[in-house]
Ligand binder design. Structure first.
Ligand code: FAD
Length: 283
């Protein structure tokens, strides 16, 4: 799959999350069945920051890989993990035939003290990437941040660490969500000048409810351009109109990216199959 990403100048991938409750898994698998009909290049599955729910990620990636026969990518965070924890998960992934991980540090889990966070075994994604590269045969991708990571002291330092991820073995980057393509174009240019040569996939999150701006988007540290803020102000109280306007915004973003030669698109589809299908059909 990674080989294909280099060979092609465009790709389409989706991101799903494991449901919180066990009885929601059936529905999650139905969502995946629908997403599979859209022929994505791969589907990625998120991972709890502390790693406590890693089995759910393994189960879902296994379903994608073995039942749907699509390429699956497992996200993996290291903030709360020991080397043994990481090896146990990679063993499960390899046993399930899942060969691609998105190696992340993760955010400090709520139940982790500041002291534990300071003393974490893997300080950064770079350490996890190096460890995975040395101890497993997994294909490794990593995250990147078009508006810089909120903790980064500068864009230059964030991109320098991105380069370190590539040097340690990351073969592809998936970007944090962004709403202003100009930010992404500037970022790709700077990353290229810093020596990033592997594909950078654009992360697109459709905003179908104004509430998302207050929750997910704030957490991600992404800025909200006036045009999107105006849409939320105008349609925020009208669920259907907001949904339609948010989907249209995402479609316009993707079309503009493709026109500008940035054809690798990752949709944060939030387990919404119908919304994802509407976007893909419009493209
Ligand atoms: P890092 O790359 O370690 O970066 C964190 C900060 O440290 C940055 O400021 C960076 O500049 C700096 N830094 C990086 N390397 C070094 C170094 N070697 N030395 C010093 N400083 C360094 N979270 C989840 O919990 N589960 C998920 O499934 C998940 N999926 C994600 C998918 C994508 C595409 C993205 C973009 C994010 C995802 N996240 C997920 C969120 C992510 O865990 C957070 O953004 C987290 O705060 C940083 O993780 P990272 O791997 O980017 O960290």
């Amino acid at each position: 799959m990674l080989k294909d990403m280099f060979a092609k100048d465009s790709s389409l991938s989706f991101e799903v999350f494991p449901p919180k409750k066990d009885d929601e898994f059936e529905n999650c698998y139905k969502v995946l069945d629908s997403l599979a009909t859209l022929n994505p290049d791969f589907i990625s599955v998120t991972y709890g920051a502390g790693g406590s729910r890693s089995k759910k990620t393994v189960d879902i990636t296994s379903y994608i890989q073995n039942t749907l026969k699509l390429d699956a990518m497992a996200h993996m965070t290291c903030v709360g993990s020991s080397e043994e924890d990481i090896l146990a998960v990679t063993k499960d992934l390899e046993a399930a035939g899942v060969s691609h991980v998105l190696a992340l540090r993760g955010d400090k889990p709520r139940d982790m003290s500041d002291e534990q966070f300071e003393k974490r075994i893997f300080p950064h994604a770079t350490d996890l990437i190096q460890f995975l590269n040395k101890n497993t045969n997994l294909n490794i991708s990593a995250s990147c941040y078009p508006e810089k990571h909120p903790e980064a002291i500068s864009m230059d330092s964030d991109i320098a660490f991105m380069k370190m991820k590539q040097d340690m073995g990351a073969k592809m980057f998936i970007s944090q969500l962004f709403f202003d393509n100009a930010d992404f174009y500037r970022f790709v240019e700077r990353a290229s000048q810093a020596g990033i040569t592997v594909p950078i996939v654009a992360g697109i999150m459709p905003i179908t409810s104004a509430k998302q701006i207050g929750s997910t988007v704030t957490l991600a540290g992404s800025s909200v351009p006036k045009k999107l803020a105006d849409i939320c102000a105008r349609y925020g109280e009208d669920a259907e109109a907001m949904r339609a306007a948010g989907i249209e915004y995402a479609i316009n973003q993707i079309q503009d990216l493709k026109r500008c030669g940035m054809g690798h698109i990752h949709i944060y589809c939030m387990n919404k199959a119908k919304m994802t299908a509407e976007i893909c059909n419009a493209l």
